[in-house]
Design a protein around this ligand. Structure first.
Ligand code: ATP
Ligand code: HSE
Length: 304
């Protein structure tokens, strides 16, 4: 399951980008009971019973499918930082739902539309789950029938860099900071940037700085992450397309490859690292174009 960065600046709750940093979750149907093993990020902290988010999503999908497995084993190897705006909860939710669809004996072919709709219901917004499931950059929207999503072909010149602080911020808390109403001029400002973002991401990365400006959510959440907003401002002043990653407090920079760059060593990434204060981890990543990946290890066992 790839990490994901949502919003990409102006496209609040509707754009997401899948990144090459992954949680790996193994599922096996057992004769009885539930075992949950967690290694990597969250080991010793996450619950290892029915409260575990992957298990909750798996159970919700089983209920939707009308299937009750006799027992379940889940093994998670996590690399995605949690509570940092990198889509860790979306990865857990998509893993659980995809795992149930893959293991359910009544499902011949996984219906990704149904997976997306349920994952959105569980997560509360479709942007991260869409990118996690489909990969690449995604646009997602809600309809009376549930969430829908589609992918954008991202320009090869876009290099995502995520800057992760020590501090955490739960999405739930971050959402309570948003006002119920926004000025019409700010809504129009974001609509223009969100439309431009599609052009910048797919065809004209030089426009990314202008295309990633936001008036709807980043500053409204500043009190919960002042260092994040300060870093976004510093990077943008230096010409980098920096935004709050998801609900924060990480920062996403949509850097650009330069023709003289050696593979794996983009000058823009070095520049971003130089501006980033001590105490922040720098993740130079790539776009994950594949999304959630399933590997069947032995009959009846799946890994996603
Ligand atoms: N791999 C995981 N396994 C089980 N539970 C998880 C996992 N990852 C996240 N969670 C749960 O989700 C919470 C974090 O979710 P939250 O939505 O606040 O942040 P995020 O998903 O990391 O960031 P964002 O939604 O802004 O991208 C964790 O505190 C934990 O309860
Ligand atoms: N669009 C969501 C992403 C959270 O992962 C938010 O900003 O609240």
């Amino acid at each position: 399951m790839p990490a994901t960065s949502a919003n990409l600046g102006p496209a609040f709750d509707c754009a997401g980008l899948a990144l090459t940093l992954h949680d790996v979750v193994e599922f096996a149907v057992a004769d009885s009971g539930l075992t949950v093993e967690v290694s990597g990020v969250g080991a010793g902290e996450l619950p290892t019973d029915e409260r575990h988010l992957v298990v909750r999503a798996f159970r919700a999908a089983c209920e939707r499918l009308g299937w009750t497995p006799p027992g379940l084993c889940v093994r998670a190897e996590n690399a995605i930082p949690q509570g940092r705006g990198m889509g860790s909860s979306a990865a857990a939710v998509v893993a659980g739902v995809v795992g149930a669809f893959e293991l359910c004996p009544d499902v011949d072919v996984r219906d990704d539309g149904a997976v997306l709709r349920l994952a959105d219901e569980l997560e509360g917004h479709p942007d991260n789950v869409a990118a996690c499931l489909l990969g690449g950059a995604t646009l997602s929207w809600t309809t009376p029938e549930g969430a829908r999503a589609d992918r954008l072909p991202v320009s090869e010149d876009v290099v995502p860099v995520v800057l992760v602080p020590e501090a955490t911020l739960s999405t739930h808390t971050a959402r309570t900071l948003l006002p119920d109403l926004v000025p019409h001029a700010d809504a129009a400002f974001n609509a223009a940037r969100a439309a431009l973002l599609v052009h910048a991401l797919t065809a004209e990365p030089a426009m990314l700085l202008e295309a990633t400006d936001d008036r709807l959510h980043q500053r409204q959440r500043a009190a919960a992450m002042p260092d994040t907003i300060a870093l976004v401002d510093r990077l943008r002043t230096a010409g980098h397309a920096a935004v709050v990653s998801g609900a924060g407090p990480s920062v996403l920079v949509l850097a650009r490859r330069h023709p003289d760059d050696v593979p794996g060593d983009a000058a823009a990434v070095r520049e971003v690292s130089g501006i980033t204060p001590d105490g922040w981890r720098v993740y130079p990543l790539e776009v994950d174009h594949g999304g959630a990946r399933v590997v069947r290890v032995t009959p009846g066992v799946s890994s996603s």
